[in-house]
Structures are given as C-alpha cells and as structure tokens.
Design a protein around this ligand. Structure first.
Ligand SMILES: Nc1ncnc2c1ncn2[C@@H]1O[C@H](COP(=O)(O)OP(=O)(O)OP(=O)(O)O)[C@@H](O)[C@H]1O
Length: 197
C-alpha cells in the first residue's frame, strides 16, 4: 500500500529538559487509516503533530510524506484570520468558489446564522467548527485534529462528527487525532500511540 507518511527515529528532548519526553519511535500511516495520539499534558503531542505536518517543531526525526500530500490541520486554538468572516475563513483555502458546498457545510455544522460574522466575534465553539471546516475544505488526504473539538457542546460535537464521517466516506482521508477527553475521538477504536519517556 502507498504510505501517506512514514516517520522514523522520532524523539523530543526540548531545550532545558534533562531527558527525552518521548522516543525514539516510528510510525506509518496509509490512506484511510486512523491513529490516536495519547500522552499527558506536555508529553509532546502537538510538537509531534506539527513535525509530521512539516511545521516548525522541536521534534527530531525523519518524516517522508507522499509527494503532494494534502494535510488539513485543526488545533484547539482555532487560529482564524481575524479580518475575514466565518464563511471567508472556510472559503480561504478553496481552490475555486464552491458556494453550494460552503453553504451546506456551514448549515450542517450549525454555523449558518453566524456565517457572515467577523472571526473575532465567534464563540470558541463556533470558531472551532469553522477551523474544522477549513481543514476539510481542501479535500485533504490526511486530517490532523489536535484537541480540535475540545470546546464543543454535545449537539455541535454530534454535528461535527456526522459531517466528518460523511466527508470521510466521500474522500477516504486518513486521520490523526489527539484529545484529553476519550469521548471526543472521531475514531475511538483506532490504534493508539502513547507518548512517554
Ligand atoms: N518550539 C519549541 N521550542 C522548545 N520547546 C518546545 C517548543 N514547542 C513545544 N516545546 C516543549 O515541548 C513540550 C511538549 O509540548 P506540546 O505542546 O507538544 O505538549 P502536548 O502533549 O501537546 O501538551 P498538551 O496536552 O498540554 O497540549 C513542552 O515542554 C513544550 O514546552
């Protein structure tokens, strides 16, 4: 099977730490596969996810990504563009205007009424749903969710779960996720990689 990501000799020993927080460890992820990352606060989950995605990170180790791999990344902190509306943030990474998809997606996540609001006026849970849609908008091969739904109420969580599952059924993306709340994993039965010394 073609691998999306293959990583080896992963490890983290941040400046000022006497010993490694985790590693060495390796992981591979193929199309449509899921992986959960587990570890105490400060274990290095966000740092590892950033390293896998090619973002600046103190984690060391080789990462080979399938050429052209499209990664949709959503963090606990939504990191929306403040000068754009909710709709504008989701539309930003779209390669071309997809008005129908956009409106349906916003409605399905319960964001229809706030779609025109500037990002700074959204609640945390609204902003997290916008960030989730933005991650899915590019039709990614791999979705990385880092505590991405931690602020959602049960109904918003259920809507997000439905939307993510339907998107996944259409495009078959792989998923790596982390959550301190085990009930908030989208793939709770997926293999779990525990980060620990
Ligand atoms: N750019 C960086 N430079 C130096 N150290 C860093 C950097 N980024 C993270 N760290 C350190 O790496 C360690 C792991 O941080 P990280 O945010 O990955 O933990 P986490 O497992 O995601 O924690 P939480 O569950 O609380 O979000 C922390 O000690 C942090 O200070």
């Amino acid at each position: 099977m073609t691998m999306l990501i293959r990583a080896t000799a992963l490890g983290l020993c941040p400046p000022g730490h006497q010993r490694a927080l985790f590693g060495p460890l390796a992981l591979t992820l193929g199309p449509g596969e899921s992986l959960r990352l587990n570890g105490a606060s400060g274990a290095g989950k966000t740092a590892l996810l950033r390293h896998l995605a090619g973002l600046p990170s103190p984690v060391r180790g080789e990462v080979i990504r399938k050429p052209g791999l499209r990664i949709g990344f959503a963090f606990a902190e939504p990191r929306l563009i403040p000068g754009l509306s909710a709709r504008g943030n989701v539309a930003l990474p779209l390669p071309r205007p997809q008005t129908v998809w956009l409106q349906e997606a916003l409605d399905q996540l319960g964001l229809g009424a706030c779609a025109a609001l500037p990002a700074p006026l959204l609640s945390k849970g609204q902003a997290q749903r916008v960030a989730l849609l933005r991650a899915l908008a590019i039709r990614p091969d791999l979705v990385i969710l880092d505590e991405a739904v931690s602020g959602l109420d049960p109904e918003s969580l259920a809507r997000s779960r439905d939307f993510l599952e339907r998107s996944r059924a259409e495009t078959g993306f792989a998923l790596i996720e982390t959550s301190h709340d085990a009930t908030r994993f989208f793939a709770p039965d997926a293999p779990c990689l525990k980060l620990a010394p």
